[in-house]
Write a protein that binds this ligand. Structure first.
Ligand SMILES: [Zn+2]
Length: 131
């Protein structure tokens, strides 16, 4: 059985990152479609599965490879954007963000300095906060 499958898959494209993500997306769509009875979601999920099987069994390996490269570029942009968000949260960990009472300008102050006078860089107002 395994040999048969190997012979069948020989010269075919097989799986890649794009297919992995597509299959997760298809699963989510089908689950949403089934649970909330949203038929278009369900059909879209099925279409995705057909499409990813088509890619997996395709003999046009170069074209599938090129598709995956395009997909990866977008995928990395999206995941990069998310990890960038996470970084900015981590950057703010050691800081308090205060708003200037006069002009609402946000000012970032390092934590743990006790009571300090904050000079607003925008309007020049001074205000006291505990950092
Ligand atoms: Zn201000």
């Amino acid at each position: 059985m395994r040999e048969k499958l190997q012979r069948f898959m020989a010269g075919r494209y097989g799986n890649d990152k794009m297919n992995q993500v597509l299959s997760i997306g298809a699963l989510i769509l089908i689950l949403i479609g089934a649970f909330f009875r949203v038929e278009p979601c369900y059909w879209l999920g099925l279409l995705l599965i057909i499409y990813l099987y088509f890619r997996m069994l395709s003999r046009n390996i170069q074209k599938r490879y090129a598709e995956n490269q395009v997909f990866l570029r977008y995928y990395n942009q999206v995941t990069g954007w998310f990890s960038g968000k996470k970084n900015s949260v981590e950057q703010n960990k050691g800081y308090h963000i205060y708003k200037c009472p006069e002009c609402k300008q946000k000012v970032r102050i390092p934590k743990g300095k006790g009571k300090i006078s904050i000079h607003c860089p925008k309007c020049g107002n001074d205000f006291i906060k505990r950092s």
